[in-house]
Design a protein around this ligand. Structure first.
Ligand SMILES: NC(=O)c1ccc[n+]([C@@H]2O[C@H](COP(=O)([O-])OP(=O)(O)OC[C@H]3O[C@@H](n4cnc5c(N)ncnc54)[C@H](O)[C@@H]3O)[C@@H](O)[C@H]2O)c1
Length: 251
């Protein structure tokens, strides 16, 4: 018995990093998954690992028309969509606010906040109409509540996700739709260099662990495990929670 047997999910940014890990594990736990990414090639690569359960779909989370197309594809292919994982994210490279361009500011809010807004709008109608509840998992960041210098506007975008998670949970709770976010610590994915402003080397990783009580950076599996739990019925009375997956960093 898989923990997500019979469920259908959309996972954005599933061509790499957390998203790829979430899509693959959801499939192992019995779900069918639309593997969405702006990069068609990487989405296809993720989907190729389990063609029975995963289907790739190229889409840009900042475009309403792409969301409508993704939902249509999911419903046509799998008949429903129980779980939405808003994982796609982007950051400019770590630097002071004075150096952040207007284009970078707009992109960080477009992908990280508008993408979640459009995703929820596209997904929620069919979930409410089906009347069987549903789950939204947003990937925020420890920076949502513990911002540090150098990623101020990225962290502000994740603060918006953190706040929207609670608002959405209150708004859609009566429909048995749960909305939670996961707040990861720095993890060695494609975004490591952007977050740290440094190459992803063992030395540079070690610099980030000095004030983490559990003494390491994150692993993709840490976030994947939390996303399985939040999507499963084990979390059936948990909503509006922003769960830090950070080895104690935010204490
Ligand atoms: N890696 C970390 O240290 C860390 C820490 C905290 C939060 N996060 C968050 O985790 C999420 C996943 O990041 P990751 O670390 O796996 O990075 P990643 O770069 O490996 O993956 C991000 C994916 O999102 C896709 N993407 C980017 N813009 C898109 C768009 N407009 N439409 C559709 N897809 C798009 C990319 O192509 C990529 O496949 C992001 O929301 C990120 O902000 C990451």
């Amino acid at each position: 018995m898989g923990r997500l047997d019979g469920k259908v999910a959309i996972v954005t940014g599933a061509g790499s990093g957390f998203g790829a890990g979430i899509a693959l594990r959801y499939a192992l736990e019995g779900a069918k998954v639309l593997v969405c990414d702006i990069n068609a090639t990487t989405a296809q690569t993720t989907a190729s690992h389990n063609t029975a359960a995963l289907s790739a779909f190229a889409m840009d989370v900042t475009k309403r028309a792409d969301w409508d197309a993704a939902m249509q594809e999911c419903l046509a292919r799998f008949g429903r969509c129980d779980i939405l994982v808003n994982n796609a994210g982007w950051s400019y490279t770590n630097k002071a606010t004075a150096e952040v361009t207007e284009d970078e500011f707009e992109r960080v809010f477009d992908v990280n906040v508008k993408g979640v807004y459009l995703g929820c709008q596209a997904w929620v109608g069919q979930a409410v109409q089906r009347g069987e509840g549903g789950v939204i998992v947003n990937i925020a960041s420890v920076g949502a509540t513990r911002p540090r210098p150098g990623l101020v506007w990225y962290n502000a975008s994740k603060g918006a996700v953190w706040n929207a998670t609670k608002g959405l949970a209150a708004e859609y709770g009566p429909h048995q739709i749960r909305v939670n976010s996961i707040c990861p610590l720095v993890t060695a994915t494609g975004l490591f260099s952007a977050f740290t402003g440094m190459e992803d080397t063992p030395d540079n990783r070690a610099k980030f662990t000095s004030n983490v009580p559990m003494g390491r950076i994150g692993e993709v599996e840490d976030v994947v495990n939390a996303c399985v739990f939040m999507a499963s019925d084990e979390a059936k009375f948990i909503t509006g929670v922003n769960l830090e997956v950070d080895g104690g960093r935010c204490i």
